[in-house]
Write a protein that binds this ligand. Structure first.
Ligand code: BG6
Length: 457
């Protein structure tokens, strides 16, 4: 039996915009997702927009029972900035009542809430003023964060500022998957920098408020493996790591911006506009813990062509197909559980062995109904195998001394996923889109046993 540490957190993650619904009701103002859907619904898989979620806003009482049914002892979701502060300043009392009741009910049912502040859902009113491109967004976010800590600090111990900050930077300003879907490396760097400062000042607000809990950040991690040990391939892997992971991980945990990243940005005339005290703020306001979302690694090699000036991070590295690659045939992503051990060791050796947890890990599957048996249960053995393999590697990392305190799957109930809608299913519960019914999958039963044993057989 591979036992996990005592009081290990077992649970699942989602976000407010992907679970609450009621996206234009109960005093909520639009986020970029609500507006984008209004402007261009055809961009969204099967025309399904942010209103089309599991309706947690109304159904949290019964869905928390479902969490208990599979013995989840923790759950991560987010607060919708646009619900709590529809104009950025005025508190929406209905939102306060909703979140307070929701978090209280989680606590009372033995499900520890981990509450995140931003999961890709930029308020429209702020976007119209330039969004993360403007320094004003940093102060607006810090104000929102402080308001959340004050309103819900008695019910929430563990907070995180951002989910996958690099994803909203890349998808919004480089690759076209999030609003405003522009392609501008220089703006992307500025947006990333403001996000970092927004995170930093939120941590500062938390510390100044002398809250009793812990504050962290959730990052997407794709360990970069070079094609060869040649100087060029190694450099490509190093740059990919700096741009994608260390750009947030270093400042968040170590309080510094990596010198290699600054050099690279300087050489390419990409340095952002900063303010005098920023570096000191970053140094003073490091996190208590980190969450790592891990799905797949990055296989990189030296780029064939180098654009001068660089127009995207892809100018610094190319991806290549690893010959031994195992693929999730239902989502197309590589399956490489060993990377989770490497992540555990990286945190132990390079990041002060800080407390951390796996904040997302899971297997997306398209057309999953095809795996339903006669009784109506999805037989997702592939997901069980995926999680067992990843947990085996995580366990090895913990045995080797890495300070991991939990594992959250993505996700609890199949959820709406931005432009992809319901294409890729991840949940322990299947959502039937015809009638919104939730049905337990085989992996949910497996998870319950895992929690009961606090380990793998
Ligand atoms: C994670 C995000 O990285 O991937 C989630 O935090 C997202 O918000 C999930 O839903 C799954 O993505 P996809 O594209 O497979 O539906």
């Amino acid at each position: 039996m591979k036992k996990f540490p005592k009081s290990f957190l077992w649970g699942a993650a989602t976000s407010a915009p992907q679970s609450e619904g009621h996206s234009s009701l109960n005093g909520k103002s639009p986020s970029t997702w609500d507006k984008w859907y209004e402007l261009a619904p055809e961009k969204f898989q099967k025309d399904q927009g942010p209103e089309h979620t599991t309706n947690m806003y109304e159904l949290y009482h019964e869905d928390i029972k479902r969490m208990k049914e599979i013995h989840m002892n923790s759950y991560r979701t987010s607060i919708a900035w646009t619900r709590l502060l529809p104009d950025g300043k005025t508190i929406n009392q209905e939102a306060v009542d909703f979140y307070r009741d929701y978090f209280k009910e989680l606590q009372e049912n033995g499900v520890k809430p981990i509450i995140n502040l931003f999961h890709f859902d930029m308020p429209w009113w702020l976007m119209e003023k330039g969004g993360w491109e403007t320094r004003a967004s940093v102060d607006a976010f810090a104000y929102y964060a402080k308001t959340c800590f004050e309103l819900f600090g008695d019910l929430v111990d563990d907070w995180t500022t951002f989910n996958e900050p690099m994803v909203h930077v890349e998808c919004g300003y480089l690759y076209g998957y999030h609003y405003p879907a522009i392609h501008d490396f220089k703006k992307a760097v500025q947006v990333g920098y403001h996000t970092l400062m927004a995170h930093t000042l939120a941590v500062k607000a938390f510390k100044e408020g002398s809250h009793s809990g812990k504050i962290g950040i959730i990052l997407n991690v794709s360990p970069c493996y070079p094609r060869s040990q040649s100087k060029e391939d190694l450099q490509a892997a190093e740059l990919a790591d700096l741009l994608n992971t260390k750009s947030f991980l270093d400042p968040a945990v170590l309080g510094t911006i990596p010198a290699g990243l600054i050099d690279c940005l300087r050489q390419n005339q990409l340095l952002p506009v900063t303010e005098a005290n920023d570096l000191e703020e970053i140094k003073q306001n490091t996190v208590d813990f980190i969450g790592m979302n891990y799905y797949q690694p990055s296989r990189v090699q030296a780029p064939k062509e180098v654009n001068k000036p660089a127009v995207s991070p892809a100018d610094f590295y190319d991806h290549y197909d690893w010959p031994d690659k195992k693929i999730n045939p239902y989502r197309g992503w590589e399956i490489y559980p060993e990377a989770l051990y490497d992540v555990a060791m990286m945190i132990k050796n390079e990041y002060k062995n800080i407390l951390w947890y796996v904040s997302e890990n899971g297997m997306g599957v398209a057309d999953e109904e095809r795996f339903m048996d006669a009784s109506g249960m999805i037989q997702d053995d592939y997901r069980i195998e995926f999680m067992e393999d990843h947990l085996t590697q995580l366990h090895k990392g913990i045995e080797a001394g890495s300070n991991c305190f939990g594992y959250h799957s993505w996700t609890f109930i199949d959820c709406w996923s931005w432009l992809n809608g319901y294409k890729n299913r991840y949940g322990f519960y299947q959502l039937d889109l015809n009638n919104d019914q939730r049905r337990l999958k085989k992996s949910g039963l497996w998870f319950k046993e895992l929690v009961d044993q606090n380990g793998l057989k």
